[in-house]
Design a protein around this ligand. Structure first.
Ligand SMILES: [Zn+2]
Ligand SMILES: [Zn+2]
Length: 350
């Protein structure tokens, strides 16, 4: 089959690799579409501690069940179209036992522990078939959209922890795909006003279509001054960092109102994570600094339901669609920040 193989940082291409076997107690999918996300771009650029090159990446796939292994005991049958949400939980650790799957200390990921979905076929091995995030989507549903459930699930977990709600003024730093999802989700949760901050010209233009009340172009305007101006000198109730920029995360503390919440959503590149923080800003400002990562199965279930019913209008997030054969060109554009979300289709007729 054809698959995207990453050989080393910034060394990748579409290659012919052996077809995966049908896992004894799992499933084999024919991939219809697979999204490329910010964490994939980090892996393409810098590698990843849990990805051992050469490796097939891709963790936002949607595909049709081709076959089930003889020992498979799950609910899905050949012909079912499934969205695959990257994580399989261990089911045994203290966090899984508490029902806090998003904190699972033994979670494994498609595209890391197992080959990923930027390929014609994807094996869903037994642990993933049993403890992973699989949800059925309608046969006629656009497969590329289903891949958005993975980032949406992480945003749902974050805004739940950050208690984004009625009347809040929310500032989202970073107008990439997850920043735009945060805007739509905050609107759905009843936020009164949503501000975005972004420094890349193209991204500022794309973000405006997601209709936040203001997009602050931080290449041209001081972010602190703009937030003060737009909030009557008070600051935002909730600040969400949806960017891998260490400077933005440090600045977030000064952009929240007294008693505000700061959601640290975007991870930083390894080596850039140790930053000086204004501890007095947290203490005297009575701030809540909230870390958030990945999601639990219920978030993925809710996310796929919201995508299928189009409650957030996220379709315009996918700005670029490519045949899998054109991965290098598509990934190149994404690495330059010129796309919001790009999705790759092994077979454009699917
Ligand atoms: Zn992702
Ligand atoms: Zn666990």
């Amino acid at each position: 089959m054809k698959a995207v193989v990453v050989r080393a940082p910034m060394d990748f291409g579409v290659e012919t690799v052996p077809d995966p076997e049908i896992p004894e107690q799992g499933l084999l999918l024919q991939v219809q579409a697979c999204g490329l996300c910010g964490s994939d771009l980090r892996t393409l650029r810098h590698g990843h501690p849990r990805v051992h090159f050469p490796w097939v990446i891709g963790h936002e796939p949607c595909g049709t069940v081709m076959a089930t292994g003889p020992g498979y005991r799950g609910p899905y049958r050949p012909g079912d179209r499934l969205a695959v949400g990257t994580l399989a939980y261990c089911g045994a650790c203290a966090y899984c036992q508490e029902g806090r799957y998003e904190l699972c200390s033994g979670a494994l990921q498609i595209g890391q522990a197992w080959p990923g979905g930027l390929a014609e076929y994807l094996a869903i091995p037994e642990p993933f078939a049993r403890l992973g995030n699989l949800q059925q989507v309608p046969d006629d549903f656009e497969a590329g959209l289903a891949g958005l459930a993975e980032p949406l699930a992480a945003c749902l977990n974050a805004q739940e922890k950050g208690r984004v709600g009625l009347g809040d003024v929310v500032l989202v730093i970073g107008a990439g795909p997850v920043g735009c999802i945060h805007v739509r989700l905050a609107q759905a949760r009843g936020a009164a006003r949503i501000l975005m901050a972004e420094q890349v010209d193209e991204r500022v233009r794309m973000a405006e279509t997601f209709a936040p009340q203001a997009v602050i172009h931080t290449g041209r305007e001081d972010l602190y001054a703009a937030v003060q101006r737009l909030t009557g000198g008070k600051g935002a109730d909730v600040v969400i960092t949806a960017t891998p920029s260490p400077a933005a995360v440090g600045q977030a503390l000064n952009l929240a109102r007294r008693g505000g919440r700061i959601l640290i959503f975007g991870g930083l590149p390894g080596g850039e994570s140790h930053q000086a923080l204004d501890i007095n800003a947290i203490h005297y400002g009575a701030l809540e600094v909230i870390g958030t990562t990945v999601f639990a199965p219920r978030h993925f279930r809710l996310a796929i339901d919201m995508i299928i019913s189009d409650r957030l209008g996220l379709g315009s997030l996918i700005t670029h669609r490519f045949p899998l054969d054109d991965f290098c060109a598509g990934a190149g554009l994404a690495l330059q920040g010129k796309v919001l979300k790009s999705v790759f289709y092994p077979d454009r007729s699917a």
